[in-house]
Ligand binder design. Structure first.
Ligand code: FE
Length: 163
């Protein structure tokens, strides 16, 4: 019996932790998304002018101008306004558009969408489910496995590298 226990302990001790660790540390479960409401004046104090324009006024950064469209590190992209985890490097792909693009959010409950009829187009706008911050738009011309393309402004995101 004692010998058997020792074998189990030895086997556990020898299991390489790295082998079972995912390449990217993702939130295993959706966060409890409680709505965060702030006044425009509060957001102005917390965000840079460019963040405010995009996140709170539905602006769009110029293509190929943001910090994250050509960014390839492993990690999680969070809302620049409230810190909610939104996208993973595992779902990022090069869309050629000049904006960071993802096939899906880390959890469906972390983003919400609205119909956007501005600029004479009908598009699906996406925003952070917690703070309502505008992120970008989602289209149905993405690659597998979802066929979706979440086209997101770099300025709406902050990157947290995998540990
Ligand atoms: Fe947010």
């Amino acid at each position: 019996m004692k010998f058997r226990c020792l074998i189990v302990i030895f086997a556990l001790g020898c299991t390489p932790a790295e082998a079972t660790k995912p390449a990217v540390d993702l939130p295993a479960k959706p966060a409890k998304v409680e709505k965060l409401t702030r006044s425009n004046e509060e957001w102005k104090k917390l965000l840079t002018p460019q963040q405010y324009e995009v996140l709170r006024e539905q602006g769009t950064e110029r293509a190929f101008s943001g910090a994250l469209w050509d960014h390839h590190r492993k990690g999680v992209y969070k809302c620049a306004a409230c810190g909610l985890e939104l996208f993973s490097s595992a779902d990022k792909f090069d869309s050629g558009t000049g904006w960071p693009s993802y096939t899906r959010p880390v959890h469906a409950a972390h983003v919400e969408s609205d119909v956007d009829l501005s600029h004479g187009m009908k598009r699906e706008e996406v925003h952070c489910a917690r703070c309502g911050g505008h992120l970008g738009h989602v289209f149905d011309d993405g690659p597998p496995p979802t066929g979706r393309r979440f086209c997101i402004n770099s300025v709406s995101l902050v990157f947290e590298p995998a540990k």
